[in-house]
Design a protein around this ligand. Structure first.
Ligand SMILES: [Zn+2]
Length: 345
């Protein structure tokens, strides 16, 4: 739908959107992270993202943290987490500090939710997926929440008493963030992506009040990622361009919670022959440790980097890659996210 959207940039001859205003990363205090969901093994697309985040952090002399994003326990498994950690080790990634798991951080998410409740920024919603099915959708294909329950004053159960869903009372309600009114500066977010350039989205009209805790009592990804990034002191988020469309609502949440905004670098998506994003859903093949060096070279090339030559071991690859990394050489691809780009004239 995209109501209230600023017209997108017209592509230049190379088919890339406007790239003015590309921000640089944070320098010496850089803290980055890789945050896979353990729903299956890493594939080439996730390796590209891991590589970009790792090298960007190391080239800045920064730290690189590993966070397992298993907040949606219905989709995640311990076996997949173990496999991902083994794959990363086999590819020579070295994370700093302990591995953090979202499934162990409910108290942090609850605390953030309580703060929002005290500020009267959340409300309960009883709409079912079916009831919302006919609502308009945004450019990312997501349903725009029309605010049905905003003024309904539905009771919010005491947050801390929310138990796992098997023991929950009947009719639990989702909790939504009251975003703000359409067109207000607090809802109309602009940010600069280090790869995709200037971006904007009016979260009120293009997303609506979004869910922070689901009706099954699981915390929403948006809340977990914002709380975790702040708690871990993340200065630079490097992740796949499929999450570009989530960035504005995460910035809204950062603002409501008084948290700093990290720098963002979204990496172009690896697509299969049909143009679909390479993912577990499209049955992307797992990466194999026995071909790690060749696969790292391929991922490096995908990121537009100059080839690293004369490399016989994985450790040599990393040394050369960190020394020659150029974030500016990562070129945005048209199909990924042009709908949020701001036009420059
Ligand atoms: Zn509702």
């Amino acid at each position: 739908m995209g109501t209230g959207q600023i017209p997108i940039a017209s592509p230049d001859a190379s088919g890339t959107p406007a790239r003015s205003g590309r921000a640089q990363s944070h320098g010496p205090h850089y803290v980055g992270r890789f945050a896979p969901s353990p729903t299956g093994p890493l594939h080439f697309g996730s390796l590209v993202t891991a590589l970009a985040s790792y090298v960007d952090a190391r080239a800045a002399g920064g730290r690189w943290l590993l966070r397992i994003e298993d907040v949606d326990r219905t989709r995640c498994s311990l076996a997949a987490e173990r496999e991902i950690i083994a794959q990363l080790a086999g590819y020579g990634f070295e994370h700093d500090g302990e591995v953090v798991r979202q499934s162990e951080r409910d108290a942090l998410y609850l605390d953030a939710l309580s703060r929002l409740q005290h500020a009267a920024l959340i409300y309960a919603c009883q709409c079912t997926r079916k009831q919302l099915a006919d609502q308009p959708r945004n450019a990312d294909g997501e349903t725009i929440y029309p605010g049905t329950c905003r003024d309904a004053q539905l009771p919010i159960a005491p947050l801390a008493e929310a138990a796992p869903r098997a023991t929950r009372a009947a009719s639990p309600l989702a909790l939504r963030l009251h975003v703000n009114d359409a067109g207000s500066p607090a809802a109309h977010i602009r940010w600069s992506d280090r790869c995709f350039g200037e971006q904007q989205q009016d979260v009120a009209t293009e997303v609506g009040d979004f869910v922070l805790r689901r009706a099954d009592s699981l915390f929403a990804y948006q809340l977990a990622v914002v709380v975790d990034d702040a708690a871990q002191g993340i200065t630079d988020v490097v992740r796949g361009a499929d999450l570009l469309g989530n960035t504005a609502r995460q910035i809204v949440l950062q603002q409501r919670l008084g948290l700093p905004r990290p720098h963002y670098l979204h990496v172009p998506l690896v697509r299969n022959e049909d143009g679909q994003k390479m993912s577990k859903q499209t049955r992307a093949a797992p990466i194999h440790i026995d071909s790690a060096l060749a696969t790292l070279h391929a991922a490096w090339q995908f990121l537009g980097q100059a080839p690293v030559l004369g490399v016989a071991r994985i450790s040599d690859f990393w040394r050369a890659a960190i020394a020659s990394w150029s974030a500016n050489a990562v070129l945005p691809r048209m199909g990924d996210a042009r709908r949020h780009a701001v036009a420059f004239g």
